[in-house]
Design a protein around this ligand. Structure first.
Ligand code: AMP
Ligand code: MG
Length: 417
């Protein structure tokens, strides 16, 4: 059997190489509606205080606190969005709603629950029951955000709360690291589009659908390049098209040792191959290359053809790369510990990434890792409802049930399992 010329790199070394090549994409300014999930590339400072005026916290009456309980004329009303054009004098109150500016002269608000409207024609009057201190139920200028206060720092990930903060300080645009564009192509003469009938020797292309979805889930912009037959010319054209329009190119198939495994030589030609084999199961033939196009570095992952191998290597290598391009400072998959719900066999040749569903046990205070069953690299059912890849050491024999193992998260923990 011919030996591969590529050394088999340990996973950690391979990942270090990938992350060294993946550098954050240059920042761009985007509207807030496009900024969810992006990493901030600027410091955001509030130019104005919030609230910009002393604002009522309750519906009630603006008062002079010193006046105390008693009966008072209601001389005006201020609702949210108005600017009071009068001054409240001692012995007067003004009806006020939540969020409305406190009129000058007033220094507190008595909630409506502590008052009683009094009948009568002409000017309305109200009985105030409660004694309030100055400042009560009033948000002073700048209590929530002071003028000049930094509210977000570069490197922060923008979720709903952070976008809300941007809007709070009046921003409609923000500098972020953009989403990486990721082109996806399948390779193989045997592949047929789902929905088309299968001929002899053919299978439906599952990897492209799966990887395009995985790219989207990982925060990338997927670009569908379609599928290529195993001809040098067709593969080369698609690879070039991918390199021209995306930051990252994912190919699947054609990286093992067969005669029609043309991807590695093609990538050697198009750029630089950093590794062509990796010590892991599944996913040994994973290939990683870079190419310089229009003065920009493109990353290429030659993912194995077997669906499980291609998705597992995508999670372990491509997801951290996409995160790094997107500006994440800690791009690795989250690693936690879990206990085996059943014994698992070990592989004496390579560390294995065993697919499992982690379920929290409140009594034992641990996650139990339930294997997804047969781990054949062609059996996509072994990825079904998996939320973790268990890092099983390369060894003889098996790990008994109850053993603690490290697990890399690839999905949501908790509800839904
Ligand atoms: P290869 O690496 O091209 O030799 O492919 C390894 C195995 O994965 C073969 O059984 C292929 O038929 C299968 N395979 C390759 N690409 C795909 C794909 N896009 N969808 C489903 N199976 C695939
Ligand atoms: Mg193939």
């Amino acid at each position: 059997m011919p030996e591969s010329p590529y050394p088999m790199l340990p996973v950690s070394e391979a990942l270090a190489l990938v992350l060294e090549q993946a550098q954050p994409l240059p920042p761009a300014q985007v509207p807030l509606a496009e900024a969810l999930g992006r990493i901030l590339a600027e410091e955001v400072v509030a130019e104005q205080p919030l609230p910009p005026f002393p604002a009522s916290v309750k519906d009630g009456y603006a008062v002079v606190a010193q006046d105390g309980p008693g009966e008072y004329p209601v001389v005006a009303q201020v609702t949210a969005g108005q600017a009071p054009d009068f001054r409240l004098e001692a012995g007067q109150v003004a009806y006020i709603t939540t969020g409305a500016p406190l009129p000058p002269g007033a220094d507190a608000v008595v909630p409506v629950e502590e008052t009683e409207p009094l009948g009568g024609d002409g000017q309305p009057r109200v009985r105030i029951h409660a004694r309030v201190r100055p400042g009560q139920d009033v948000r002073a200028v700048g209590v929530d955000v002071a003028a000049g206060q930094p509210v977000l720092a570069p490197g922060e990930r923008l979720g709903p709360a952070e976008l809300g903060l941007l809007a709070t300080v009046g921003r409609s645009q923000v500098w972020v690291h953009p989403r990486p564009r990721v082109a996806v192509m399948s390779t193989g003469d045997e592949l047929v589009e789902p929905g088309q009938p299968l001929g002899p020797g053919q299978i439906w292309d599952s990897n492209r659908t799966m990887l395009l979805a995985a790219v989207r889930e990982a925060g990338g912009v997927p670009v569908d390049l379609g599928s290529s037959g195993d001809s040098q010319a067709e593969l080369e054209a698609k690879v070039q098209a991918g390199l021209a329009q995306a930051d990252v190119l994912l190919t699947s198939g054609g990286v093992s040792m067969g005669d029609l495994d043309l991807i590695k030589p093609l990538l050697e030609h198009a750029g630089q191959v950093h590794f062509g084999r990796i010590r892991m199961k599944p996913g040994k033939p994973l290939t990683f290359a870079t190419a310089q196009v229009d003065g920009r570095r493109r990353l290429v992952f030659g993912l194995p053809g077997n669906p499980v191998s291609s998705l597992v290597t995508f999670y372990l290598m491509a997801v951290p790369a996409l995160r790094k391009l997107a500006g994440w400072s800690r791009p690795e998959l989250t690693r936690i510990q879990a206990r085996l719900a059943q014994p698992l066999p070990l592989d004496p040749e390579r560390p294995e990434f065993h697919r499992a569903t982690l379920v929290w046990d409140d009594g034992e205070r641990c996650f139990w890792a339930h294997s997804t069953g047969s781990q054949a690299s062609s059996r996509l059912l072994s990825m079904r409802s998996a939320n973790a890849l268990l890092e099983l050491p390369q060894d003889q024999g098996e790990l008994p049930a109850g053993s603690w193992v490290h697990a890399r998260l690839i999905g949501e923990l908790g509800a839904g399992n």
